[in-house]
Write a protein that binds this ligand. Structure first.
Ligand SMILES: [Zn+2]
Ligand SMILES: [Zn+2]
Length: 187
């Protein structure tokens, strides 16, 4: 069975080099749906608590919210960093508090201090799905990701890994010692 959660991401981007309107900088509210598949954990009668899926995903995906997403070869990138530098906000400000955990994968690097994500490929809805799967595949048994942004939508299905060991009392992942990090339940 599946547990499904949805997150909203507000971001600015452009398709550098694309022959169409999207080559100009613009913004979206994107809706990301993550489907997690596993056996039903009988203790709690759930596959995985949806708020926990959201929490795990949000730790890194927060980097895409109220952010600017640019491809690594986009000439806007040095131009924007130059403005941020001159304005003294490149390395963060006290009011930039809703920061995600910095990450670096083959497809994307997040700079939470200046709310910037630099991508290897153009950040289309398809590109975003590849980035998100890379970030979360080891943390969640993802079977499907859907991303919609404006009139664009894409989805991809994945083969979830083997069943994960979850706490029968609160449903979250047991740690490597077989202890629930949330409620302390031990097998
Ligand atoms: Zn767009
Ligand atoms: Zn527990």
């Amino acid at each position: 069975m599946k547990s499904i959660t949805t997150l909203d991401l507000q971001y600015a981007h452009r398709f550098y080099g694309f022959k169409g309107e999207a080559q100009y900088l613009h913004g979206h509210t994107g809706i990301l749906t993550i489907e997690v598949e596993d056996s039903v954990n009988e203790g709690v009668n759930m596959v995985f608590p949806c708020n926990e899926i959201k929490k795990i995903a949000w730790e890194t995906l927060k980097n895409f919210d109220h952010s600017l997403i640019l491809r690594q070869d986009d000439p806007l990138l040095p131009a924007i960093l130059d403005v941020y530098e001159k304005q003294g906000i490149k390395n963060g400000t006290p009011t930039n508090t809703m920061k995600g955990c910095a990450f670096k994968t083959d497809l994307a690097t997040a700079y939470p201090d200046c709310r910037l994500v630099v991508t290897k490929e153009t950040m289309t809805v398809e590109g975003m799905i590849k980035i998100v799967y890379e970030l979360l595949k080891d943390k969640l048994n993802i079977s499907k990701i859907t991303f919609t942004s404006g009139v664009n939508a894409a989805s991809e299905e994945f083969k979830p890994s083997e069943t994960k060991d979850r706490c029968p009392l609160c449903g979250i992942l047991m740690n490597e010692k077989g202890v629930c990090p949330k409620c302390g339940y031990k097998k």
